[in-house]
Ligand binder design. Structure first.
Ligand SMILES: *Cc1c(COP(=O)(O)O)cnc(C)c1O
Length: 398
């Protein structure tokens, strides 16, 4: 063994945290970091949220796991709440985003199969997509850097340029089963599909008998100021994968579908050992208690405006460092002019955490409970970081 016992798959920052409080992470030495990364959109309610802590602790004293061989009342309750609040009629719980996507893709293929079109198994996706790291989801994402060296790409995924609806239409063949996209691309660099494009894709799916699948693993569960990002467009999918924010830090995901879309997912065709276990369900229900409470999502939108205004002023002041603010709600991206890794390091020097993304973007995915004061503090530290990298301020300082 050489060095770390861990796979070298992550380029980790040299930082370790001992505890978290709301939007702050604290090292063992007591240094406090403002967490605008939110564990990559996972810590939707921040760290150590009292309602989540008590839900998990209470459940931990009662029952951890029974398997899906038995009824799990909390699973049924969370399923009902998701169904009541969305387009969906049915839910399958998973442990992660990639598994939710696997379930979504399998749902679409089975839908075609049981409707007498077994030849339809292909899925159209868009450049810049990220759908996870399993063999099928790297094929769906289509990014060469994630596919290389892992053998033949799983068959059945056809990619077209981002938001190119004409190309998507041309890519439809007799073998196409579904169209899959993130309403707001996360890893791809905070790119939002316009409502008009989603409407056209919905029409294409109706016309050709395809299922429309949304990946809301990152943009869902309140992140954009609606419960789900597609609500901004008025377009609903047939199937949707969620994860990240629904668990608030407890690993869980879900695949949601209409009755019609889920028609092929009958007894025995799919399964999971851990998915939907009592611990995860207790936390998922607790997350929804907060996010679906009156006024919570409106607050996300109000805070988003405050953060965007502050960031826009930084763009105006240092256009040679940041050229544009992208995204929706509290899923924002700084389109960098300097390398985004430099911006990220400058922020870390000022004890602010953010996440890199494609297209030289730096993502801000703060806990949805961030306060106005924390937003102002974050903007000020981002301003200082931009100033430290700006040629104009370097020249002014000479
Ligand atoms: C994170 C993410 C995934 C994968 O989720 P995992 O839990 O890492 O498997 C899939 N799609 C999107 C949009 C994501 O952001």
């Amino acid at each position: 063994m050489s060095g770390s016992p861990l796979y070298e798959t992550f380029a980790r920052a040299p930082l370790a945290f001992e505890k978290g409080e709301g939007c702050w992470l604290v090292t063992s030495g007591g240094e406090r970091y403002l967490d605008l990364a939110g564990g990559i959109a996972v810590n939707s309610l921040g760290h150590s949220h009292p309602h989540l802590v008590s839900a998990l602790s209470e459940q931990a004293g009662k029952l951890w796991h029974v398997s899906n061989l038995y009824e799990i009342p909390e699973q049924k309750r969370l399923g009902e709440r998701l169904v009541d609040a969305t387009f969906a009629d049915k839910v399958f719980f998973t442990n992660s985003g990639a598994e939710a996507l696997e379930c979504a893709i399998k749902t679409a293929r089975r839908y075609q199969f049981v409707n007498g079109r077994p030849e339809r198994f292909r899925v159209i996706t868009f450049e810049g997509a990220f759908h996870g790291r399993t063999l099928a989801t790297i094929a769906a994402g289509g990014q060469q850097k994630y596919l290389e060296g892992f053998g033949p790409k799983v068959e059945g995924f056809d990619q077209v340029p981002f938001d190119d609806i004409d190309a998507a239409e041309k890519a439809i063949t007799e073998e196409t089963a579904a169209i899959l996209l993130e309403p707001v691309q996360g890893e791809g660099g905070l790119r939002t599909f316009p409502a008009a494009s989603l409407k056209r894709l919905r029409e294409l799916c109706e016309k050709h008998g395809l299922l429309l699948i949304f990946d809301e693993v990152q943009c869902g569960v309140g992140r954009t100021g609606k419960f789900f990002a597609h609500e901004w467009s008025g377009v609903t999918p047939d199937v949707m994968a969620i994860a990240k924010g629904i668990g608030g830090g407890f690993p869980m995901g879900a695949c949601l579908a209409t009755d019609a879309a889920a028609v092929g997912m009958t007894a025995g065709v799919h399964g999971t050992t851990f998915g939907g276990n009592p611990l995860a369900m207790a936390v998922g229900n607790a997350v929804l208690d907060v996010i679906l409470a009156d006024g919570f999502l409106d607050e996300v939108t109000r805070k988003s405006l405050l953060l965007k205004q502050g960031l826009a002023a930084v763009v105006d002041e240092f256009p040679d460092v940041i050229s544009e603010i992208r995204g929706v709600g509290l899923m924002l991206g700084l389109k960098c002019v300097v390398p985004n890794t430099k911006m990220s390091a400058a922020l870390r020097d000022r004890h602010v955490l953010a996440v890199g993304a494609g297209d030289n973007v730096l993502r801000l995915l703060p806990p949805l409970i961030i306060s106005d004061e924390e937003i102002r503090e974050g903007v000020e530290r981002i301003r200082e970081s931009a100033a430290s990298l700006s040629q104009t301020s370097a020249a002014a300082a000479e």
